[in-house]
Design a protein. Structure first.
Length: 133
């Protein structure tokens, strides 16, 4: 049924083809997930947000998140729900954006979250450096 609806919509709009940008779709999904998670956790400082986020990850089968370093703030995520050996790029794009959105929404200020090292990604855990923008 979905195929029929899609074909009808394509004919009605005069489009022959629609291409999807997968990284853009993943970024949009990450933004939505980050917003929802930020509403469920607490914290007014980066350290407090990180501690609350670690509890949230553990309670919701998102993997294990721990603070690897306080200054600068570095988070380590292992067993991530989005990082699989078959599709490591999903987590590589999704995770930093989820974390960035959570920290920005909780703290009310911009921040940057580094992408994980591709040599460690989805095998030994990912490290994310969180810094003010």
């Amino acid at each position: 049924r979905l195929k029929e609806i899609t074909e009808l919509g394509m004919r009605a709009t005069g489009l022959e083809q629609v291409q999807f940008d997968l990284p853009e779709i993943i970024q949009t999904l990450a933004l939505q997930v980050g917003r929802e998670v930020s509403n469920e956790i607490t914290g007014q400082t980066p350290a407090e947000v990180a501690r609350s986020l670690a509890k949230y990850y553990g309670a919701h089968a998102m993997g294990e998140l721990e603070v690897a370093r306080d200054r600068p703030l570095v988070l380590k995520v292992t067993g991530c729900y989005a990082c699989t050996p078959q599709w490591p790029e999903i987590g590589r794009v999704l995770c930093p954006r989820v974390l960035q959105t959570v920290f920005e929404n909780r703290l009310g200020a911009g921040c940057e979250v580094s992408a994980p090292d591709p040599r460690r990604h989805s095998t030994r855990g990912c490290l994310f450096k969180v810094t003010p923008a």
